[in-house]
Design a protein around this ligand. Structure first.
Ligand code: M6R
Length: 357
């Protein structure tokens, strides 16, 4: 099934431009406009707060989803790790709508929350890659990712699909609620698909980065601000889970509140620069770590790049940058794991779907 690919992970990374195009197509109505089930729209707009519940990579996608619902649809959102929410529920709003994000639709930690909130009489929407999965069957509504089966333990194409589907849902809900949406998401996602293609076509350059920065290191840091912070968390998780390099993602400004103590000569620090309002701040954080000996890998979006940056990402809409900036991080993890002779598709101690609490 993986054809000529050495690993499912590489195949799934390569499928991402097609996944973007598939989502644009799957969520279009006959009039060529983005659309989702009207019952879902009504549930979103009848709620006073969305609670996104997920684990691992899906949780990281949820953090980006919060941006979309708040910035585009003006809907307040909380994002929670399912294993925490299940046993330590916050005070809920009066009319909550729960959104479960799960590639497999089988994650026990998330299901446990779904069972509890259903008992409390609340409504739930599941965003999943697997039609007929437990979380899909037990929720009131489902939005499918259309990413095709994801086999590698490390989630890649499901993450971009989750973010794209959340962008679609937030945009359609915004219009349904009468909010102005000042961009054409179909067009913007098309631009993203091309940018993702350009990134997956840059494998040689990205493999060289992995070699240069991660060949011998024991640890690595990922920093960003705003959505770049959320992608940093995902980049660090990917690197940890398949290469076993200790990695952490941080909000750029947090470094000086403790973590900077760990920076030594040659410590790799991956910095994402895709958000104009905070570009100077994150570059300031890079200077702080460089002054302590860090080896910075700066990944900047076109229009924000500076001399000496390591990689330039093709320009896309500022809200959609995670769909592009994550690609080099996935590939960097892949090549780091490959160079260390790790079992890329089946990392130690991990299962594709975590069906135990
Ligand atoms: O199937 P789910 O999306 O619910 O899975 C959640 C996590 O177990 C999953 O994203 C995990 O973190 C991945 N292995 C990360 O690559």
């Amino acid at each position: 099934e993986k054809g000529t690919y050495p690993h499912y992970m590489l195949k799934e990374i390569d499928e991402q431009p097609a996944v973007m195009r598939k989502i644009i197509q799957a969520y279009q109505n006959d009039a060529g406009e983005l659309a989702i089930d009207s019952n879902i729209l009504e549930a979103i707009n009848a709620s006073d707060r969305l609670y996104i519940i997920a684990a691992g990579t899906s949780y990281h996608a949820g953090l980006v989803g919060k941006e979309y619902f708040e910035k585009i649809a003006k809907k307040p959102v909380e994002v929670h790790i399912s294993s925490e929410f299940g046993y330590n529920m916050p005070i809920l709003s009066e009319k909550p709508l729960f959104i479960f994000i799960s590639q497999s639709g089988e994650t026990a930690d998330s299901r446990q929350v779904l069972v509890k909130i259903k008992e409390m009489g609340h409504k739930a929407l599941t965003v999943t890659n697997v039609q007929g999965s437990t979380l899909s069957r037990e929720a009131d509504f489902t939005l499918l990712l259309h990413a095709g089966p994801e086999i590698a333990v490390a989630s890649t194409k499901a993450y971009v699909a989750q973010i794209a589907v959340l962008a679609v849902a937030a945009t359609v809900a915004a219009k349904h609620a009468g909010h102005d949406v000042d961009f054409d998401l179909i067009q913007e996602l098309g631009i993203v698909a091309n940018a993702v293609q350009a990134m997956v076509d840059s494998k040689e350059e990205i493999e060289a980065i992995a070699k240069d920065f991660l060949e011998t290191t024991r640890n690595a840091f990922f920093i960003g601000r705003n959505v770049d912070f959320f992608v940093s968390l995902e980049g660090a998780l990917k690197l940890k889970e398949i290469s076993y390099i200790q990695a952490e993602g941080f909000a750029g400004g947090e470094l000086k509140h403790g973590t900077i103590a760990l920076i030594e000569d040659g410590t790799p620090v991956f910095a994402l620069v895709t958000q104009k309002p905070v570009a100077l701040n994150i570059r300031g954080n890079v200077k702080e770590v460089v002054a302590r000996g860090a080896k910075p890998c700066i990944i900047a979006m076109e229009g924000m790049e500076e001399d000496g940056d390591t990689l330039v990402l093709p320009k896309v809409h500022s809200l959609l940058t995670p769909l592009v900036s994550v690609i080099p991080l996935q590939l960097i993890s892949y090549y780091a794991a490959l160079h260390r002779d790790c079992d890329v598709d089946k990392p130690r101690n991990l299962a594709k779907s975590v069906t135990v609490e």
